[in-house]
Write a protein that binds this ligand. Structure first.
Ligand SMILES: Cc1cc2nc3c(=O)[nH]c(=O)nc-3n(C[C@H](O)[C@H](O)[C@H](O)COP(=O)(O)OP(=O)(O)OC[C@H]3O[C@@H](n4cnc5c(N)ncnc54)[C@H](O)[C@@H]3O)c2cc1C
Length: 383
């Protein structure tokens, strides 16, 4: 089965999940420690994912996507991240950028970008964050001013996934400084290989080492009017339109890390013998495994529930925030438990538990920090 055959029936989702699990076992797991050590972009896996139809899962088929539901996307993200979070990162990025183009783009943008992105021929970035604008995009300084029918883009983005390798970047910029986030910001599709665009640097990160992250510097980049996504002033609204899907994607990614942590800890606990017995026989260890399995399951159910709400109602802010908050914090707890169960081995490079611990850490920060998720949830309770 390939992703274009997706539908909302449970058996078909189970078949999709099984296909991605098989892909992960054959193509990701064997190279994950090498990718972590070398930090190279996983080119061959990226292209294979495109061939298999694992990009653009929720994009309508007539826009070149797989026509699936958010629940399919969530299932795929967990399976890919079980193999390696940096691979799931790529699936998530393409999902967000193609969703934005599909929802708000012109026919020309749909046909120019979506086929290349979902087939794995093209790489993208989603560039919002700046030195003065993290959790609060109100601090955005990157701006575009009109010059005839063109726009001239200036500014600097930081911490951007794929900035070192992208072909195209979706860039949020201020187009009317007299207006606020709503009305004053616009989104642009920027071909990265053009005069005035500089890839600033590549960050050295704690984890998810095969996800290249860096900055863009835009200096008088001339953009045609056709580079704008949607209408002038709709950029912040576009960000909001994919926020919930993005949060579920990262929640599912975190939950894949959680499950990998459980499996590696369980395997070790059954094999490792101390005091004449497998350490799994000590209740202190076995109960940690019980907590890990419970937290993974709880996160899965929150994610599935939020995805179902999003698929039905198109908006499910608090449910998506709860799922992202819980799954990401559970991933940090579970990878910590895995390191503890592995003992000294859990602290050694090349041992999966050590990598999972590092890979999990960012999941409570990007795509909205835990504090931001708690703000959204609490506002829904007391508004
Ligand atoms: C590896 C990595 C990949 C990334 N990829 C991308 C990408 O592809 N594209 C992109 O645009 N960005 C990306 N980012 C940026 C990321 O989204 C931001 O780092 C994140 O949104 C947090 O912003 P900040 O770092 O400026 O932290 P800040 O917003 O400065 O927050 C610092 C602390 O203050 C807390 N805080 C802030 N406001 C409040 C509040 N109102 N109430 C309570 N607490 C608050 C936060 O929760 C946090 O604990 C990436 C970052 C990293 C590290």
């Amino acid at each position: 089965m390939t992703a274009p055959a997706l539908a909302d029936r449970a058996e078909e989702r189970a078949a999709l999940t099984a296909m991605v699990r098989d892909f992960t076992r054959k193509h990701i797991t064997p190279v994950v420690e090498d990718l972590d050590a070398t930090e190279r972009f996983p080119e061959e896996i990226y292209e294979a994912m495109g061939r298999l139809g694992l990009f653009g899962i929720t994009i309508p088929e007539d826009h070149g996507g797989a026509g699936g539901q958010t629940a399919d996307y969530v299932a795929v993200m967990e399976e890919l991240a079980y193999g390696y979070a940096s691979i799931a990162d790529q699936c998530g990025l393409v999902e967000l950028v193609t969703s934005l183009i599909s929802l708000h783009g012109s026919n020309e943008q749909v046909t120019s970008y979506i086929p290349g992105l979902v087939s794995g021929q093209m790489r993208c970035s989603y560039a919002l964050t700046e030195a003065s604008a993290g959790s609060d995009l109100g601090g955005l300084k990157t701006n575009a001013r009109r010059d005839g029918s063109d726009w001239i883009l200036n500014g600097e983005k930081i911490y951007i996934h794929n900035a070192p390798v992208a072909d195209v970047a979706m860039v949020l910029a201020v187009t009317d400084p007299t207006k606020g986030k709503r009305g004053g910001m616009s989104m642009f599709l920027v071909d990265v290989e053009q005069p005035g665009v500089e890839r600033a640097y590549r960050e050295k990160k704690m984890g998810q080492k095969a996800s290249p992250v860096g900055g863009f510097i835009f200096t008088d980049v001339r953009l045609p009017a056709s580079a704008m996504l949607g209408d002038e002033g709709t950029g912040f609204g576009a960000v909001l339109s994919v926020l919930e899907k993005g949060r579920l994607g990262i929640g599912a990614l975190a939950n894949g890390i959680s499950r990998a942590a459980l499996d590696t800890a369980r395997e070790h606990a059954l094999e490792r013998r101390q005091f004449g017995q497998p350490i799994a026989g000590f209740q202190a260890v076995a109960f940690q495994l019980a907590d890990m399995a419970t937290e993974h399951r709880a996160a899965r159910l929150l994610l599935e529930d939020a995805a179902a709400q999003l698929d039905q109602a198109k908006s499910a802010g608090p449910a998506c925030s709860m799922a992202k908050l819980y799954a990401s914090e559970a991933a940090i707890r579970n990878t910590g438990r895995a390191v503890q169960i592995l003992g000294g081995a859990g602290y050694i490079r090349g041992v999966p538990a050590e990598r999972l611990y590092r890979d999990a850490r960012i999941t409570t920060i990007y795509e909205g920090t835990s504090e931001v998720q708690r703000l959204i949830i609490s506002r829904s309770l007391i508004a």
